[in-house]
Design a protein around this ligand. Structure first.
Ligand SMILES: CC(C)(COP(=O)(O)OP(=O)(O)OC[C@H]1O[C@@H](n2cnc3c(N)ncnc32)[C@H](O)[C@@H]1OP(=O)(O)O)[C@@H](O)C(=O)NCCC(=O)NCCS
Length: 176
């Protein structure tokens, strides 16, 4: 398994990946994932990554989408892993990779939205240095049509950098 920058060469396997995802997981991507739309994704390094097996199968995707205008120092992280390969560390690796890239590229803040009921996923982001930012009540409907809360978590890279600098570990932020 390896994390690669998204390129047009991944479109076929990425289309198959999205085809395997249940509707409820597709909502986390918040983008059109038809083959035509994927073909139009920019192949700009540092925006989207795929986790790929040796045979080319895509197991997960992460996107770091920079906000615009007054908030162009902030990016939203979106992350989905194939349900069949969850629990093997792919999600954590993709999230680490995207956050490390965000810090290196000067983004000051990364936000991610997690269903409030998914405590283990929230734990993963807290482990990675995210902190609670907001509770969005009744923010999405689950598969049964029930309204559910979302938690917005934020990674503040300046705070992390300051904290690491204070103990002489700022160089760590260069590692993926
Ligand atoms: C969130 C998600 C990307 C994690 O992917 P993953 O590859 O399973 O993640 P990892 O294997 O790295 O596990 C990360 C943590 O998730 C939790 N986790 C793993 N398997 C789990 C499972 N079957 N059920 C619930 N939580 C689980 C664990 O707390 C784990 O932490 P650990 O590494 O300390 O054990 C994946 O669950 C997913 O695609 N969910 C739907 C989309 C989503 O919620 N995205 C997040 C916000 S955009």
């Amino acid at each position: 398994m390896s994390i690669q920058d998204f390129t047009p060469g991944h479109v076929e396997q990425l289309t198959a990946f999205f085809g395997r995802l249940p509707e409820s997981d597709l909502t986390f991507i918040k983008e059109d994932v038809t083959p035509a739309a994927l073909g139009a994704w920019p192949a700009a390094p540092g925006q989207r990554w795929v986790d790929v097996d040796d045979d080319g199968t895509v197991n997960g995707v992460a996107a770091l989408l920079r906000l615009t205008s007054w908030s162009n120092h902030v990016a939203e992280l979106r992350l989905v892993v194939d349900p069949a390969t969850r629990g093997r560390g792919i999600g954590r690796k993709l999230a680490q990779h995207a956050v490390a890239h965000a810090v290196r590229s000067g983004l000051l803040k990364v936000v991610v939205e997690v269903p409030a009921a998914q405590e283990r996923i929230t734990e993963m982001f807290l482990d990675l240095g995210f902190t609670g930012e907001a509770l969005l009540r009744d923010h999405f409907r689950d598969l049964n049509g029930q309204l559910q809360d979302l938690i917005m978590l934020a990674y503040l890279s300046e705070q992390t950098f300051d904290a690491l600098s204070a103990v002489g570990m700022a160089d760590m932020m260069g590692d993926d």
